[in-house]
Design a protein around this ligand. Structure first.
Ligand code: NOJ
Length: 555
């Protein structure tokens, strides 16, 4: 397998709105990030992925871009951005920007032009269709509830928006549009950015004819017609030839609905498309048949099955990205661990579990502090458009039970991850001197960076240790993965192998002690402990404490 810096790196994601406010307007900004660069360097991360900082009306907090080549006023100026890039580079870190090119904002000048008339030169930058018999052009629903089409009176046609109606989808079939995007990408790369995280990049090619789903439903999920669509690999290969291959850079594509087989093409070892993708399969383990908001408990057996499939199916063929949360997902310690009695232990266990897999690990801001989900009393306190639209559709219009939907929001809502970073125990957690755009999690007095930095046993320092180990042991990056103790109901255990070397990773996913017997061929006796999340490393062999994690190197 080829060695690459982006395989050896650890990525840290910043959601700028919630990271650090420098001017008291309640909104995180670039200068705020700059003030925390040493904090990030101290954590030992290599690459920062910055969620969108471009000009935007913020219908979807920056994922609705109105100008790809300027910085949102609330976040600062282009000069600030350059300062951030320099600050990272001086410290030996890299910057990965978010590239959102499945759609723009409806306030982007391309769309402003496009909607003016059917013969406007920008008309074909977007996907316009005529409805039939007073209905939408097809029956697809959007990710954010309701129809994926918006009727526009000016020309009496509708445009496609897979997300909010202020996020019209771009028409990738138009080669002129594709060239515009490539030149915009080169502009950023020439300014010195080191990579792109590509927002829902596997949605850019839609099935020809944009067919309705079969079965005659008025509205239906049309994912089969736009996820991993017919020309997506062609577009990515073209982008690779024209742009990506010309730079020493890193790419990760967000790909809902991609299988390992799809990933083996998107993230192929030959490097003709992207470096890696984000899968969603493990994020769907607690969704019932009704989708994301139909919440059920996830099962360890399913987690093993899904993670093992991705590890084995991509082995030697492509590269995995590793994550358990981000700005769209609940906090991992609340979801997969225990955010009460065993918050610290389980946060460290989950980190161990993830960082020892094969792939590039992603840390989401606050994860290194063990930040948790939040439960606001009223819907008004939530900002996320996905939450607001879903509530309107299900409760206000659909008559579903308020309490049940609030429960689902507590479990799955995106604002769980978006509450401001908890820097210290001062008002608003030291995030802002003003009023934060989204309320701070009330547990900030206990959970905050200042406390973590003072405590050598904190989650923060545990992450630092994991990040250092990655630099010292090639096997953590390049070793192959094998599941062991397959049917164990409490423990997720696996090995990594590189030449003669072997690691054994043991993770107890429960709040109870867990006993185990390792396969005999592992010669456990002569092993050394690389890292573990309990102080007393001499615990009795064959038993893990609640949420205990241990990594052994077999000698
Ligand atoms: C995925 C992003 O991560 C999410 O935050 C956003 O709402 C959608 N794509 C639309 O851009």
């Amino acid at each position: 397998m080829e060695k690459n810096w982006w395989k050896e790196s650890v990525v840290y994601q910043i959601y700028p709105r919630s990271f650090k406010d420098s001017n008291g307007d309640g909104i995180g900004d670039l200068k705020g990030i700059i003030s925390k660069l040493d904090y990030l360097k101290g954590l030992g991360v290599d690459v920062i992925w910055l969620s969108p900082v471009y000009e935007s009306p913020n219908d979807d907090n920056g994922y609705d871009i109105s100008d790809y080549q300027s910085i949102m006023d609330e976040f600062g100026t282009m000069e600030d951005w350059e300062g951030l890039l320099d600050g990272l580079h001086v410290r030996g870190m890299k910057l990965m920007m978010d590239l959102v090119v499945n759609h723009t904002s409806d306030e982007h000048e391309w769309f402003v032009e496009s909607r003016k008339s059917k013969d406007n030169p920008y008309r074909d930058y977007y996907i316009w269709r005529t409805g039939k018999d007073g209905n939408e052009p097809n029956n697809w629903t959007s990710f954010f509830s309701g129809s994926a089409w918006q009727h526009d009176d000016t020309t009496d046609e509708s445009y496609l928006h897979l997300f909010s109606k202020k996020q019209p989808d771009l028409n990738w079939e138009n080669p002129v549009l594709r060239e515009e995007i490539y030149s915009m990408m080169k502009w950023w790369l020439d300014k010195g950015v080191d990579g792109f995280r590509m927002d829902v990049i596997n949605l850019i090619s839609k099935e020809e004819g944009l067919p309705s789903t079969p079965g005659g439903k008025k509205y239906d999920w049309g994912g089969d017609y736009f996820m991993n669509g017919p020309r997506v690999h062609e577009y990515l290969q073209e982008m690779n030839t024209e742009v990506l291959s010309k730079y020493d850079m890193m790419t990760v594509g967000e790909c809902p609905g991609a299988s390992p087989q799809d990933a083996a093409r998107y993230a192929n070892e030959e490097g003709t498309e992207l470096n890696m993708i984000f899968t969603f399969e493990h994020m769907d383990l607690d969704s019932g048949p009704g989708g994301k908001w139909d919440v059920k408990d996830w099962l360890l057996a399913d987690l093993k099955q899904v993670m093992t499939k991705w590890q084995k199916d991509l082995e030697g063929r492509g590269w995995n990205s590793l994550y358990l949360n981000n700005h769209d997902q609940p906090r991992m310690v609340s979801r997969f661990g225990n955010d009460k009695e065993y918050r610290i232990e389980s946060a460290k266990m989950l980190a161990t579990f993830l960082h020892m897999l094969q792939g590039t690990p992603y840390i989401y801001q606050g994860e290194e502090l063990g930040m948790t989900n939040v439960e606001f009393d009223s819907l008004k306190e939530y900002n996320d458009i996905e939450i607001q639209n879903m509530y309107r559709e299900k409760v206000t219009e659909g008559g579903e039970d308020h309490t049940a939907i609030m429960e689902a929001i507590y479990r799955k809502g995106r604002d769980n991850a978006r509450t401001p970073m908890q820097w210290d125990d001062s008002e608003h957690a030291g995030f802002t001197t003003g009023t934060p755009w989204l309320k701070v999690n009330p547990n900030y007095k206990e959970i905050n960076a200042e406390n973590a930095l003072k405590d050598s046993a904190s989650i923060y320092y545990y992450y630092r240790e994991l990040n250092l180990l990655r630099k010292e042991h090639e096997i953590i990056v390049y070793g192959t993965y094998d599941l062991i103790l397959d049917d164990h109901e409490q423990i997720y255990a696996y090995t990594r192998t590189l030449g003669e070397e072997k690691l054994v990773i043991l993770c107890n996913f429960t709040g109870e002690n867990a006993a185990f017997t390792l396969p005999e061929d592992l010669h456990f006796e002569s092993s050394s402990l690389l890292i573990g999340n309990y102080e007393n490393h001499l615990v009795e062999n064959g038993k893990l404490k609640p949420y205990e994690a241990r990594v052994y190197k077999l000698n």
